[in-house]
Design a protein around this ligand. Sequence first.
Ligand SMILES: Nc1nc2c(ncn2[C@@H]2O[C@H](COP(=O)(O)OP(=O)(O)OP(=O)(O)O)[C@@H](O)[C@H]2O)c(=O)[nH]1
Ligand SMILES: [Mg+2]
Length: 490
Amino acid sequence: MASLTTFTDEARIALDTLSGRATGLFSPSMRLGVTGLSRAGKTVFITAFVHNLIHGGRLPLFEAQKSGRISRAFLEQQPDDAVPRFQYEDHVAALVDQRIWPDSTRAISELRLTIEFESASGWNRMFSAGKLSVDLVDYPGEWLLDLPLLGKSYDDFSREAFELARLPVRADLSEAWRALAATVKPEADADEMTARRLAETFSAYLKACKDDERALSTLPPGRFLMPGDLEGSPALTFAPLPGLGQRARPGSLHAMMERRYEAYKTHVVKPFFREHIARLDRQIVLIDAMQALNAGPGAIADLERAVTEILACFRPGRGNLLTDLFSRRIDRILVAATKADHLHHESHDRLQSIVRRLTDRAVARANLSGAEVEVLALAAVRATREGTVKQGRETLPVIIGTPIEGEAIGKERFDGNTETAIFPGDLPEKADVVFQDFGTNHRQDANDPTIRFVRFRPPRLERTAEGVTLSLPHIRLDRALQFLIGDHLA
Ligand SMILES: Nc1nc2c(ncn2[C@@H]2O[C@H](COP(=O)(O)OP(=O)(O)OP(=O)(O)O)[C@@H](O)[C@H]2O)c(=O)[nH]1
Ligand SMILES: [Mg+2]
């Protein structure tokens, strides 16, 4: 009898599902996490992702689109009313009409894209047209830096902060903060002014690390860089203290800092990850290796550290302090090296290897078992074309684009309007080379950069003879789409 009950239950569920499909009520949704440190390209990626689907962009490797099975892609109301909507139209207008990149994201936002398609399988086609809703979440990349803090005590956080601050690539920037911290006694009575001065100098140091020239990545706590609605809040008035080891005496500065750090985790960090990141089904991790390569081995090592710590937090299973936060299991992760349009295509595979090497250990350590991981070099929006330039007898592969006003190579400064051909240089054939620190603390010799990195304006969009604007150009965005949502459109 028992087996009969099971059978009828299963049959009922199956029937419910089928009738749901038939009446069109069955509309599966997928929550796609677009993860990445600040300036990695999340906002641009989401905009290009949606734009290419809505406008039927050129996506030869995205099977559903190529075979003409997508009948419609459109924006729908998002599921969470309490979260602001991702300002898709504004971002498109900026990219396409003004040819400027979006500003740094200051708060969380969300967007739902629904795709109507014809299933490739005859069986599914019998019941209804297919429909998939993809929920995309955008947030300031700095906040991601807080995820690893959830597993760290205040004393761990303090110790690591001082260790990092003493590294050659950071020592000069952290000097003022370390000097101030050296004058403070953690066991002394708590004092608000001392806490404030420490928090201010500590966050000034973190901000300096983020500047282009250093391009460092491991800079928690994230809200010190991008406070969002916590600007000026006491929740951010804490900083690491030196020489800890003993339990904090009640009433001491140590105890006060520790309490605030724990409050930051409980009231700021946890809710953000629980509500937005823990419910992901799939994830794309965007990594801007170009900026770090440009800044030197110190920046690369720092990027690797940040990515490893963050990916480790997504590790499933016991022993992971964060597991209780995650309600779903992520089954696919795409690690994408962004801004590949800064390089000639001959170097794309090399960029991919560098990012693979950078995440290898992270992925192995994170033991993301069950999740399929792929690595790809892409450009969500391709700002350059390729060409060749003759120099003497040599023919050099170049990229052609409009550098942003104020960008410079050597003595040459760009005006933001002139198209320029740039020889971007080659990435080393062996990925290992960029991970070797030869003792230089930061930037390589400015006269001898491995790659020449300038920011380009978004591309001028081509129009057809009828005046129709074509979709945003990209590099390998179609492969990313195929990996991330292709199987759901099968
Ligand atoms: N050439 C090129 N530049 C890109 C691309 N994607 C991003 N960028 C550049 O990278 C910058 C940052 O991109 P965003 O999408 O704003 O980065 P983000 O991850 O949203 O950054 P936060 O909001 O600060 O966390 C842009 O202003 C562009 O200069 C791309 O596909 N090609
Ligand atoms: Mg953004």
